[in-house]
Design a protein. Sequence first.
Length: 545
Amino acid sequence: MAEILLQVRDLSVTFSVGKGKTFTAVDKVSFDLQQGETLALVGESGSGKSVTALSILQLLPYPLAQHPTGSSVRFEGGELVGGSEESLRKIRGNRIAMIFQEPMTSLNPLHTIERQIGEILTIHKGLSGEAARRRIIELLGLVGLGEQAEKRLDAYPHQLSGGQRQRVMIAMALANDPAILIADEPTTAVDVTIQAQLLKLLRELQKKLHMAMLFITHDLGVVRKLAHRVCVMQKGRIVESGPVKHVFDNPKHEYTRHLLEAEPKGNPVTPPADAKPLVEAKDVRVWFPIKGGVFRSTKGYVKAVDGIDFLLKEGHTLGVVGESGSGKTTLGLAVLRLETAQGQIVFNGTEIQGLRQSDMRPLRREMQIVFQDPYGSLSPRLSVGEIIGEGLKIHRIGKDDGERERRIVEALEEVRLDPETRHRYPHEFSGGQRQRIAIARALVLKPKFLVLDEPTSALDMSVQAQIVDLLRELQERHRLAYLFISHDLRVVRALADEVMVLKDGKVVERGSAGQIFDAPRQPYTKALMAAAFELEAIETGDVRT
């Protein structure tokens, strides 16, 4: 038998919620992790997956979080619960590494990519200078940045796409060849083609290094493809565990069956016949200058968005798909005047390019955005109620505080969150719950146009389905127009009536959703569809790998 590296026994985690009350997030969880094995923790948002993973490295906000007596996490025979900072420091990022769910909040915004990866190599391996630089370039190449590796060394996190930031996080985690890799939703922010590459990479590295992996995800297709064993978590407890094939083919627990059956379904809303044009973009360009030399003169441009046209009508959804770095998010920001762009942008009959900020403010209520990274877009100093109500105050909606409070409660109920949670803060929620708060913040203003930038990427399957149903319901009721940006083609297919495929800032194909999904014309579109349908087939059990 393979050596057991990690033993978790009766692990419980409680959080103080004030006035002497506690909340149990993890309740008597036990499992082993063997050398060379991949164990998956699956479950809906808030089931305790990430808290369990953070407990292993003792990264929870102690003393707010507590481990009741009897909780034990042993790595290579040594107890980690209650371990000294000195002993834990030797293990964190070295013997046990972690890929966090939200890369933007895990990367230092003030340091370059080279410095952040190099710091780990210096602390644990003593590498510096040219030796460290060579290793950093090697790691960036391993995680799929390839020819861009050297060019990205001086980049800061905000200059990378969500998928590129996630790959940098993976490179940092693998820097010291850890014995155990804890991967908390590592493929959440990446498109299907990069997801396939990263999963292949993780399998190859695991085989090469004989590394154990604790893989946390809500994507059951990934679990089928990558994991040997699975533990299903619900409300802090493991309700079912065993070999992946056995659990997925013969689920015993009702909750496991619920997870396996949940996925976004249904068809897009039929657009109204009398829909009027709402957003029109002509020759939109966003070029970022590349500066160099002593005088920092412009040597060239990164053409993030390069001459894009589209027309979006009331009640319609335009799906924007493409790989990470293709310009999807930049296009959405440009349309909302949140990124400086060239070209013509007309909203509801008004040309908004060139408008002063004071003239733009009244339009902001009608054009909202849900960002890809909810934790980065939610103020940690404001309660959920204050976050959602901030827009109501700015736009003077509601005759008094009581009416605004009612609107906040309604918004939370629409996104399936308990209204009582409005008194809590973002750090007290799971990733999926934070995304629902971000959606509620946008919807509370009753906008006409909504840019949805990967709004379901952090959500588990059942919640994805709920959010898709909710978005369709709201669209039909209020004639909302969506610019839906996503790498999850299943969700796009369930929401969009038109699809635009981007690559390197340009449109390579566009058309009705039926035509793009069923009869793509361009090789790039065909490759995207092939990668998506392969993962979907694995998830539904049509393919075995």
